[in-house]
Design a protein around this ligand. Structure first.
Ligand code: PXP
Length: 244
């Protein structure tokens, strides 16, 4: 089975917001990713709007032609955004203001009633719902009970301790998801090297990758950016008034 790549464009917005400019534009980034073969675009609208903002989500919805996956906390505010925007897929994630990124999976057991209501609300709007969970069988089973259409397995622990043990944990959770009729995605902390082991798991259909991919784009795009800047400077130099 082929594996799909959803590119998370959050950190294009991080760079933009660092200077309060309108560039680099995460929507243009999304279009470039699609042109390069991405199967979908992911963006996380966080409560504090630290990277992606409401206007970005509206523009992404209008521009994305593959699939739009909106990551969000299961709050009333965010569910309202999803109902308005109608992405093809919503991924519910835990969110704490103080964390640097999404550090763990959802508490699908302790928060079951709250999450079931959120899943039902999004599904009633015709949106598929993924739950971001630790790769444990109980979390997969709870996700099925909550009415999710898919799970996204948190690969953070594998990325911290890559090896057979964490890969087997992911593989077991992925197999169980498929046995229960859930689609299975994975993501968090993946880069060009550690992605290989995860992509080798047959039941994983989709990967959400952001930070490392945008980081690679910065590095590998620098050569072109420097050449373009020199060319622009040369055009300016050519326009200097002739000296008397
Ligand atoms: N999947 C989910 C649910 C996430 O919250 C994130 C981070 O926003 C990612 C994938 C992507 O992680 P990374 O930026 O480390 O590739």
């Amino acid at each position: 089975m082929p594996i799909r790549l959803h590119v998370n464009v959050d950190h294009v917005a991080t760079v933009r917001n660092a200077r309060g400019t309108t560039y680099p534009d995460p929507v243009l980034a999304a279009q470039l990713c699609e042109a390069a073969g991405a199967d979908g675009i992911t963006a996380h609208l966080r409560e504090d709007r630290r990277h992606i903002r409401d206007a970005d989500v509206v523009r992404l919805r209008a521009a994305v032609t593959t699939l739009f996956n909106l990551e969000m906390a299961a709050t009333d505010e965010m569910l309202g955004v999803a109902e308005q925007i109608r992405p093809e897929l919503v991924t519910l994630v835990p969110e704490r203001r103080e964390e640097r990124t999404t550090e763990g999976g959802l508490d699908v057991v302790g928060q079951a009633a709250h999450l079931a209501a959120a899943v039902a609300r999004a599904r009633a709007a015709g949106i598929r719902v993924a739950l971001f969970i630790v790769p444990e069988l109980e979390a997969v089973e709870a996700s099925a009970r909550l009415g999710a259409t898919q799970v996204e397995l948190h690969t953070g622990e594998y990325c911290h301790a890559p090896g057979a043990r964490e890969l087997e944990r992911l593989a077991r959770a992925a197999r169980h998801a498929r046995e229960l009729g859930l689609a299975c995605a994975a993501g968090h902390g993946l880069h060009r090297h550690n992605v290989i082991g995860v992509a080798a798991i047959p039941e994983i259909e989709e990967l959400n990758i952001g930070h490392a991919l945008i980081g690679d784009a910065v590095l590998f795009g620098l050569e072109r950016a420097v050449r373009d800047m020199r060319a622009a400077m040369a055009r300016g130099v050519a326009q200097r008034p002739a000296r008397a």
